[in-house]
Design a protein around this ligand. Sequence first.
Ligand code: PEP
Length: 251
Amino acid sequence: MRKTIIAGNWKMNKTNADAVAMLTELKAAVAGVENVGIVIGAPFTALSDAVKAVEGSNIKIAAQNMYPKASGAYTGEVSPEMLKAIGVEYVILGHSERREYFHETDAFINEKVKCALSYGLTPILCVGEKLEDREAGRTDLVNETQVKGGLAGLTKEEAVKVVVAYEPVWAIGTGKTATPEIAEETHKAIRKVLAEMFGAEAAEEITIQYGGSVKADNAKDLLAQADIDGGLVGGASLEAESFAKIVKAGM
Ligand code: PEP
């Protein structure tokens, strides 16, 4: 049975003090929630304090990126070994903002996914089409290419440890959410690709989150869909109250 996971992506927001204050409030708001995985993607600078702030709670901490090497001459980068050493458990990889602004390719994202897994970090692999792709009827093709590229070479055992986040680029930060029906259709198509790659049984085990303007008032309808197993939440994850409502919509 796959797990519902609600993950927040703070992006380039929050000082350490802001992060600790939000997490302290969130901890109280989601105490006792057991059947939903709760993850917060904090900026690198706040990760260590964020891990300490959620100690002993049901909240896990994610990085928003990593470099796929243990260490070395990669100025400005952060390795999976460093993330593991401070207690980070998840890492968001291939977010559309990294694909767009930092020119990340499927092959590079695939290196990161494999490297994260080898360090025991859970990758949240983001995929999703742009508006022009959807309008040109290329939605499924784009997602298939990104899923196949991002998960290339994984074994079935590795694949079931990955979380996939379907995030239509046109819905991120725009206030335009895919309707539950449109999102479900695409999630189904993604699960079919996962089944082709890793078999039907493994595909059924993989959590596929929806991301793109998820808010407290639309989360329940999205999460009620059979193939939507959670959410990756940007804007609405910045405040404890709104994020806790989304978490509770997944219960
Ligand atoms: C995101 O950045 O992953 C995201 C889904 O953002 P928002 O919820 O703000 O659309």
